[in-house]
Design a protein around this ligand. Structure first.
Ligand code: OFO
Length: 169
């Protein structure tokens, strides 16, 4: 049985993960439409959208298993276009930082409420956010480094394609 504050927090996080999945999906579609030749970048974003869905499913299963119905609320105000690839990846990095803050708050709450099952469950998300933030920062740093270098962008796209194959996101 969850305490009320924990239940609200976990359900909110579940919907944040769904929002993340849709944000990556929206970005993937935009990049594919605008830059059809940058398949490394848009496939990375499509695949990451699936990854976020897995984060959401983990929460759904945890809630349902412990007797709380994991209902889905999907009323998101998603951005649909960006001015540049750089702006898109800046937004993505900010988004991941925001998710990290939310996970931290949830961990803090689980300790305050002495819900050690949830504290333990959330450790997976803590680890994951270190990777997620690091990855989005690494991509943004590379994009910043490239500026308007088209040849560099081509190589970056290739890089991301291979990175993806290696990490099987
Ligand atoms: Fe679910 O980790 Fe990114 O947002």
């Amino acid at each position: 049985m969850f305490k009320k504050k924990i239940l609200i927090g976990l359900k909110k996080q579940l919907n944040k993960e769904l929002e993340s999945s849709l944000l990556y999906l929206s970005m993937a579609s935009w990049v594919e439409y605008k830059y059809g030749n940058l398949e490394g970048i848009y496939n990375f974003l499509y695949d990451h959208s699936e990854e976020e869905k897995k984060h959401m499913l983990k929460l759904i299963k945890y809630l349902n298993k412990r007797g709380a119905y994991a209902d889905i609320v999907y009323q998101f105000n998603l951005k649909k276009s960006w001015n540049t690839l750089k702006e898109l990846f800046q937004k993505l990095y900010k988004h991941e930082q925001k998710i990290s803050d939310e996970i931290n708050l949830l961990v803090d709450l689980s300790l305050k409420e002495k819900d050690f099952f949830t504290y333990n469950f959330l450790q997976w998300y803590v680890e994951e956010q270190i990777e997620e933030e690091g990855l989005s920062k690494m991509i943004l740093d590379k994009i910043n480094f490239l500026e308007n270098d088209k040849g560099g962008l081509y190589l970056f796209d290739y890089d991301l394609k291979n990175f993806h194959k290696k990490n099987k996101l």
